[in-house]
Design a protein around this ligand. Structure first.
Ligand code: SF4
Length: 260
């Protein structure tokens, strides 16, 4: 086992321990994922858009939504963007990727979560938020009375930064050519920026700005709530109530103020 693999396994074990501790802490606060399914029965047909789909309805739905969102989307389909990102070499991050990580969830979602970038597990599987932080995110989504497949989840950059570092501005700017049409194609009613990196790159705060969490802003006409990243909550569970308040504000905006 080489040094990199040993580090990854060490980080994984630590993450799993944190997740188990955090889930214990959440008991009674966030419901089981199965509860949320009952609240969204009959929702739009769901599609996994993390990998290129053969289903032409994915392109049709996204193009129809994008057509209402201004000139920059130009009817670009999520499927085409996903394929282009898979072979993109526009920034240095392509050198270290196993595969690009475009999105998961519904192409017609009312709610979009935007994180920072893929980690080890995401890079391996080609899907965002599949490690411990992703499992916590899914529980948060369930607490909001959504199923994870009802929402759309993506990242600022589509390729994994080395050692999971924060993407540098040049990388985020390069990858905006995917992110902007991606968000405009889905055209959600609200978005959640997960973590400072996402909030900064969606224009919700200045680099290094204070007081960015818990505030509503907008990105190209889409309301955005900025809150902490689930990976941060795994390390600092004392902030979970603050995040829950932010998510309740999102639910109220979407017409579901009840929550968990
Ligand atoms: S991070 Fe984005 S811009 Fe950079 S290589 Fe990957 S897909 Fe291209």
């Amino acid at each position: 086992m080489d040094e990199e693999t040993r580090r990854e396994w060490g980080a994984l074990v630590a993450d799993v321990r944190e997740l188990l501790r955090y889930e214990e802490d959440l008991r009674g606060f966030l419901p089981e994922a199965g509860d949320a399914a009952q609240h969204r029965a009959g929702a739009d047909a769901q599609r996994d858009v993390g990998l290129p789909s053969q289903d032409p309805s994915v392109q049709r739905a996204s193009t129809q939504r994008a057509s209402t969102q201004g000139p920059s989307s130009q009817g670009v389909s999520l499927e085409i963007l996903t394929t282009e990102a898979a072979s993109c070499t526009d920034c240095a991050l392509h050198r270290g990727r196993t595969r690009s990580v475009f999105a998961r969830g519904s192409a017609t979602a009312d709610l979009v979560f935007v994180g920072e970038g893929p980690g080890f597990h995401e890079d391996q599987q080609g899907r965002p938020f599949v490690g411990p932080a992703g499992k916590l995110l899914d529980r948060m989504i369930s607490a909001m009375k959504f199923r994870p497949e009802d929402v759309y989840i993506c990242n600022i950059v589509k390729c994994r930064p080395p050692q999971n570092r924060t993407p540098v501005p040049a990388e985020a700017e390069a990858c905006a050519r995917f992110l902007v049409p991606q968000l405009e194609a889905v055209a959600p009613r609200a978005m959640v920026a997960l973590g400072r990196c996402a909030a900064e790159n969606l224009g919700q705060t200045e680099p290094g700005g204070r007081g960015w969490r818990g505030r509503w802003g907008s990105f190209r006409g889409i309301p955005v709530m900025s809150t902490y990243h689930p990976a941060f909550l795994l390390r600092s569970p004392q902030f979970k109530r603050a995040v829950w308040e932010d998510l309740q504000s999102v639910m109220a905006r979407l017409g579901n103020p009840e929550g968990a």
